[in-house]
Design a binder for this molecule. Sequence first.
Ligand SMILES: [Zn+2]
Length: 483
Amino acid sequence: MTDTPEQPTGEVRPAKRVREEASEPRGEDMESVVATEVARVIRRFPTTPVPANVTRELFDAYTMPYCPEFEPPELRASPADNPHRKLTRPGGQRPEEPLLPHQAFPDGPFPHTHIPEYVLLSNLKPKQVAAIREKGDRMLAAVVHGGGQIMLKHAKLIAANIEAFLRSLAFESNDRKPFNVSVYPPEANKLDVNKPFNRPLAFFIDTGEEMDALRAYLLWQEVFAVNQALSFTALPIAVREDSWKVCVITGDAVDLRASHAYVVQQKTKLLAAIKLQLNANTDLQWHTAGLVASNWNITAGGWGAAPVLAAAFTDTLSLELTSADCAEGGPAMPAYLVMARPLTYDKHEAGAWTADFRRAMDLRIDMDVFPLDKGVLDCKICKSDVHRTAACPLANSEGWPGVTPALLGRNNTDVGGAPTSSIGIMNPTETAQDIFRSEELVVAEVAEAVEAVVAAEAEEPAPATCQGGGRSSLPFCVFGMYQ
Ligand SMILES: [Zn+2]
């Protein structure tokens, strides 16, 4: 069992706050100011480091919200090669950058988007898949933000936009000229009008034999957001590693506003429960061990090999506090994303293991139940499967000019539904739970959410005006408006 380093083990769920106490002004209390700031930054910019004014000395695990930065190292055991934790513009050798001036876009770094090959190439006509594969590494995917089947009616225009943009990037090593790059739209196999964000998701950039400089730069910078009509992620295609997402855990006892100590204790207990139940179920343990043995290049033989091999898998498990969309509709909810190194790239093997895993898990802490199938993480903007659309770290980064959740009609930035509703009871169970929360946080969040909505409304034309052709500043009506 792990506890926070500073405090002894004990009950960390805060005592019920009485109404009078909650409404007392806390004045200039430094702790509340810091707590508010930490909560704001963590919730809006999950990838941003802790604010400079919050030090370990100032951080009180029992009164302040959860902050990954101050988590015990045992809980941060997620392997460094987890692709969902990587950032764009990685360190090391910088590639040659295009000459200035060029169209402006935010540099980042942003969280890297991990999309396996089968996702990029599924629902394409077989002949296009064959043509892409034939060209090998010189083909890159341009995952259009907010794209999917909804973009297909504008496919030629989008391809032309991306191509024109890429042909505007000049490189010193190419005699200070741009490359003559080509961009191809996806050729969809099947269409489903009810699923506008379904695959295909990507356009295809042919960087040719001699365009190493452009290719290296695109893969390093990865995220290109010039405006709402030109916003995409450049990715390699032949990524034969599945997503690290195992499942999404929800439950009334999961709370984004709980104290740091509460979250750390809950994460520790859930992680322990998953490992225990995986190993207690002999079938699942053997199933896991078999996949590790055949796919991970780990050898362990003889009696007792299964626990060793299964442990190699469970050692890569980690939980991340986040919010998830509700699988049955309704407001978003606090959740834990469970990640682990994928056991296989084979779709059928992975499906069979996941079914076994879900059957074996019955996660509880005391009377609190943690279901595995109620929360959904699936970003309609960047196509990541580890955060929800409204919480997209790209679209929520400061000064983001590209496609936003508001544009796609998914701007419920607050857990619990529309921003204005967060003044009242966001989740009926919340009052019963009475988990730690402070009035200041709620007030700050509401103000922030209202501000965002007002700003979005001032900026965006109503969908009706867009149907006729959109704003003159955009080359075409942003496809998100058509859903
Ligand atoms: Zn996203």
